[in-house]
Design a protein around this ligand. Structure first.
Ligand code: ZN
Length: 206
């Protein structure tokens, strides 16, 4: 999926340090994520200074694994601003339940906005996770119906990578992978609400 970061002063978690702080407070299990980054540091350390879409990628993986037992889920965050507009990131995540991954993406987006606004406590996480579990159950019941999109690699599909034993294991970011299809765009709202311009209506007649 494409993640658009409209504010060039807010690409990195180091520019919004309260974001990773809130993340590990709300979801302490994320500190155990494997992360293959250029510096070879654990995700918890990498997260202090990384691209916010990379944090989003890990969050989508974590939310899926909280709602449904996963073999292994990998993710990848890449960008190439020679080919795409500046601020566009391509985030690829593994999933094995289409409804669940949609719910996880939407919740991750809401969580990042809430954390950015220092308002994450307004989200009732046990309720949100319970909703994801419901979505996961419905998704399993609807198998093998698909919605015809791809957020990344569906686990177990031909072409998907084999499963090691870890619960959440993002792939090295150096292993660039082009998603088969871009199906959604997640846009983070700026922290400051923009004033909405009234619609200018052409007066009929004259
Ligand atoms: Zn990572």
């Amino acid at each position: 999926m494409t993640v658009e970061m409209p504010d060039p002063d807010r690409y990195l978690t180091s520019q919004v340090p309260h974001l990773p702080r809130a993340l590990f407070r709300v979801l302490p299990s994320m500190a155990t994520h494997t992360c293959h980054n250029d510096d070879g540091v654990p995700f918890r350390k990498e997260c202090q200074r990384t691209e916010i879409p990379h944090l989003f990628e890990h969050l989508v993986l974590e939310l899926q694994s909280q709602a449904q037992t996963a073999t292994v889920l990998r993710g990848d965050t890449e960008w190439n601003w020679r080919e795409t507009p500046r601020g566009f990131f391509t985030v690829t995540v593994d999933y094995d339940n289409e409804l669940l991954v949609i719910g996880a993406i939407k919740l991750a987006e809401r969580m990042i906005v809430a954390m950015d606004l220092n308002d994450v406590d307004a989200l009732d996480m046990p309720v949100e996770i319970a909703r994801l579990c419901d979505l996961a159950r419905i998704g399993r019941e609807m198998e093998p119906m698909t919605f015809g999109f791809s957020a990344g690699n569906r686990v177990g599909e031909p072409g998907a990578e084999p499963h090691p034993s870890e619960a959440v294991l993002p792939v090295p970011r150096s292993r660039r992978r082009v998603p088969r299809r871009t199906w959604s765009s997640v846009t983070f709202r700026p922290a400051v609400e923009e004033e909405t311009e009234p619609l200018s209506m052409a007066s009929p007649g004259g």
